[in-house]
Design a protein around this ligand. Structure first.
Ligand code: ADP
Ligand code: MG
Ligand code: ZN
Length: 486
């Protein structure tokens, strides 16, 4: 399998394991709150500390969210599943076992065998979902920079997690990123997760290997420690290149866990607690089997909110947006919500969409921001677009004001006043500028008279330049034609 023939390209194979923090108010097996960012060890009790004689009680809401995810991902939701103890020792795990569901012949996990469609470079295609299961989070070790000791915070101990595992169906780092974006917006749409990778509410382990096209699967490595979609893609690009080098040098890829170093842009091999030993899984004796009736699954299906896929189709059908724009808008929950709210206030969907997928998206990319983190409101964007629509400011001025409005959330009318950028629609004022331009450019004027359209565009440009983009372009056109032909 590792024999390398010159010129033979490898195929990239990627499968993802995604840990999702469920949007519940309380923990998986106790009533402690799950609020992010609370002071250390303030959200704990005997159950999540694993003290003797405490007993777990399953969080019904977490089960409901797990079922909803299974349904949304076209999985089979199993009528009966079990929790198991995964035994290992680590300071962040006070019970010395984690309660989890695991693929097990007699006891399936909550849901299996689903799919999620993605639109990557080629046509839309389904990526297989191997399983969806529930488990609890561990505590967190904190290593103070000075002191030579570690601290442990148990606030996260027992927080409800769901693991979504894909089939090895992804074929490039970029496709893995697209899939994750699609899964994230789906989880947000169904109210299962905030999807915030930087807060750890979505954590991704990426399994990657190379193989000769059509051949058996190659040996994989598992890459961890990425905290944004962008770093998942970067880490995979690096890891693919590293494996290719190993194989092309005639070596063999070692199956191991590798950590992504964001600053250095490399992955490095690491001993991880996961590989330490056999987990001695056995059914959790303190919890009865989890029974999910067909009626519960049906109810979950019936009450599912609009999924991103349906939303995308609706944007094309009812707003008349191009496929590509609808795809972009619906690939982010905050972008889609912003779009719909803006359209309510400024009912020209194509215009709103053009601004969002154009200048707004460019701004977000350039600044590495999400729309929901900005102070700007749909009301403000609608206000800006209305000023253009009414001819108060030119489109070019609106583009210039946009970054400031996005960054500060400022009222567009106030910005226009403060900057003195009202569009000049005053015929007398513009006529003076037009005459000046005609005097200064006799050559192009002669060209226009000789029927050269290019020259007219040039003259319009000169007027725009003199007015710093504030002239009403239609009016300038009309005045120029009048003056040149007279
Ligand atoms: P484990 O139980 O050891 O975590 P799984 O068989 O459940 O392993 O697979 C974990 C993830 O690794 C899945 O997303 C799967 O698609 C992916 N995977 C398995 N084999 C390969 C491979 N050879 N190359 C890339 N990904 C793989
Ligand atoms: Mg694994
Ligand atoms: Zn607790």
């Amino acid at each position: 399998m590792n024999s390398v023939k010159a010129g033979v390209g490898y195929e990239v194979v990627i499968g993802l394991e995604i840990h999702v923090q469920l949007l519940t108010a309380s923990k998986m097996f106790c009533a402690c709150p799950t609020t992010f960012g609370a002071p250390p060890n303030t959200q704990i009790c005997p159950v999540c500390l694993g003290l003797p004689e405490s007993l777990p009680v399953l969080n019904a809401r977490a089960v409901e969210l797990g079922i909803r995810t299974g349904v949304a991902l076209n999985c089979t939701v199993h009528p009966r599943s079990r929790f198991h103890r995964k035994n290992y020792y680590y300071p962040d795990l006070p019970k010395n076992y984690q309660i989890t569901q695991y693929q097990y012949l007699v006891h399936p996990p909550l849901a299996t065998d689903g799919s999620l469609e993605i639109a990557s470079e080629g046509p839309r295609r389904p990526i297989g979902i191997r399983r969806v299961h529930l488990e609890e989070d561990t505590g967190r070790l904190v290593h103070p920079p000075r002191g030579g000791h570690s601290l442990v915070d148990f606030n996260r101990s027992g927080v409800p997690l769901m693991e979504v595992v894909t089939q090895p169906d992804l074929r490039s780092p970029q496709e893995a990123r697209t899939f994750l974006g699609g899964l994230r917006v789906l989880l947000q749409a169904i109210g299962v997760s905030t999807g915030r990778m930087e807060e750890g509410s979505l954590r991704v382990d990426a399994n990657v290997s190379l193989r000769l096209p059509g051949g058996p699967l190659g040996t994989r490595t598992e890459v961890k420690n990425m905290n944004s979609l962008r770093s998942v893609e970067r880490a995979l690009v690096h890891e693919v290149a590293r494996q290719r080098q190993v194989l092309e040098a005639g070596g063999a890829v070692v199956q191991e866990t590798r950590h992504w170093d964001e600053d250095r842009g490399v992955t490095f091999a690491s001993r991880s607690k996961e590989e330490a030993q056999d987990y001695r899984y056995f059914p959790e004796p303190d919890l009865v089997p989890l029974v999910v009736t067909p009626a519960v699954v049906e109810e979950s299906r019936r009450t599912l909110p609009e999924l991103p896929e349906a939303r995308r189709r609706r944007y094309v059908a009812t707003f008349g947006l191009p496929e590509h724009d609808a795809e972009l808008l619906t690939s982010s929950a905050s972008m889609a919500a912003f779009f719909e709210e803006t359209v309510k206030r400024f009912p020209y969907p194509r215009t709103v969409s053009n601004w969002l997928v154009g200048d707004v998206a460019a701004y977000l990319n350039a600044h590495g921001k999400e729309l929901e983190g900005l102070p700007v409101t749909p009301d403000r964007l609608a206000g800006l677009l209305r000023l253009v629509e009414q001819g108060t400011i030119s489109g070019r001025t609106a583009k210039e004001l946009l970054p400031e409005m996005l960054a500060s959330g400022a009222d567009p009318e106030a910005l226009v006043q403060a900057r003195g950028v009202l569009q000049i629609s005053d015929t007398e004022a513009l006529r003076a500028v037009v005459d000046e331009v005609i005097r200064e450019h006799p050559g192009p004027v002669a060209d226009v008279r000789a029927g050269k359209g290019q020259a007219l565009t040039f003259l319009v440009g000169q007027v725009m330049k003199k007015t710093r983009g504030r002239a009403n372009p239609e009016l300038v056109h009309r005045l120029l034609r009048e003056r040149v032909s007279s």
